[in-house]
Ligand binder design. Sequence first.
Ligand SMILES: Nc1nc2c(ncn2[C@@H]2O[C@H](COP(=O)(O)OP(=O)(O)OP(=O)(O)O)[C@@H](O)[C@H]2O)c(=O)[nH]1
Ligand SMILES: [Mg+2]
Length: 426
Amino acid sequence: MPSIEIEPDNFSQTKAFLITLQSSSISEEIALANLEELRGLTATMGLSAVGSLVVKQRENHAKLLVGSGKAEEILQAADQVQADMIVFDDDLSPTQQRNWEDFTQKIVIDRQEVILEIFSQRALTREAVLQVALARMEYSLPRLTRSYTDLSRQRGGARNNRGGGEMKLELDRRVILRKIDQFKRELIEVRAHRDRTRKQRSISPLPRAAIVGYTNAGKSTLLNSLADAGVLEQDKLFATLDPTTRKTAVASGLHILVTDTVGFIQKLPHHLVDAFRSTLEEAIYADFLLHVIDVSHPQAEQQYELTNKVLADLGAGEKPQLLVLNKADKATSINLAAWLNRFPEAISTSLVHGEGRDALKAAVARLTLRLVPPLQFQIPLERGDLVAYLRKNGQVLSEAYEEEAIEVQAQVVPALLAPVRAWIKS
Ligand SMILES: Nc1nc2c(ncn2[C@@H]2O[C@H](COP(=O)(O)OP(=O)(O)OP(=O)(O)O)[C@@H](O)[C@H]2O)c(=O)[nH]1
Ligand SMILES: [Mg+2]
């Protein structure tokens, strides 16, 4: 990989200065929330933020994104706190990034690079590793020149050396392009394998739920609370990258598969959208969604809308959703009441404290049962054990002892139907 990669080991020593732009279309509240999110992202990446600035501006400038007066202001503020890196919440073009580095003599990165770095630190499965590596290479390709222009300049502009730098750049470019090709081919294989295992799993007739929501809303906490899954819960963005699926009983006899998925975030680097897409196929194939919202978050509404927009883009916009209003312990009661008023079927929870877990399970059970058609059974009078089986493993809707048989109407997930199948009334 090219030399512009930042060594992860250095991060904790790296003092970062954070910048977010406030254009006229953005309120101060949103600008501050963006800054807060960037702070969370840089902390997750491992940087230590030493200062920040909200820069108000009317229009974007080509050279440095901000005007020269503002740029001077940013540099001074960053120097004052001895920052060695400047992080922009807004996207910088490769040229703007290079201009900033020339101007400040500091490392200058944007939000995209932060997210790419977090993803590459966290990717675990081969598929995630490949996807993130691809996204990173595609992001760095147009930026390669920056290190080499600097290099040749540092060498005093001697023609031979500069030529050497350019040759090396060509070489690196070719190496990266070849790698991109190779990774893409490997991804196709890995995905084909995953499709096969998904098909096998879909043979298992258990209903499937996918947990979706903005990053840090409490999705992994929800899976752990439903299924004792032991999934890492962290006050970090993108704690989860790879989907985890667990089987769990939401009511007596009512088993479902629940999948925890990667969180959504605004302004996701477009190189990563593909990586997300394949991970989120779990959501597309689910029977219903558990949409977790952190109702204590000042941007909860925007996060809710963004999640729904991404779901619609994925083709999962029409799936039945159960809204989980999480972190109720931290939300104001007015706020919580407003959400409940708007979505009367939503469940409010404080999952980290185990609160609302039973109500949630009951709601999931109700939703699951909507997917299971009721069946009519005619059971011999002497087979009371089968009626007991139905009571234990399904939802009995009615039960009548007739002269010749016991008539039972019940909902049973197909996976548990075998022992009673012979007595289904045709
Ligand atoms: N106060 C409070 N904190 C919670 C609650 N539920 C979860 N958390 C905390 O919120 C943080 C994020 O929880 P996770 O379950 O990791 O969130 P996630 O949605 O899986 O996040 P990503 O995987 O990063 O997208 C953790 O520190 C949890 O302990 C809650 O009900 N109340
Ligand atoms: Mg998670």
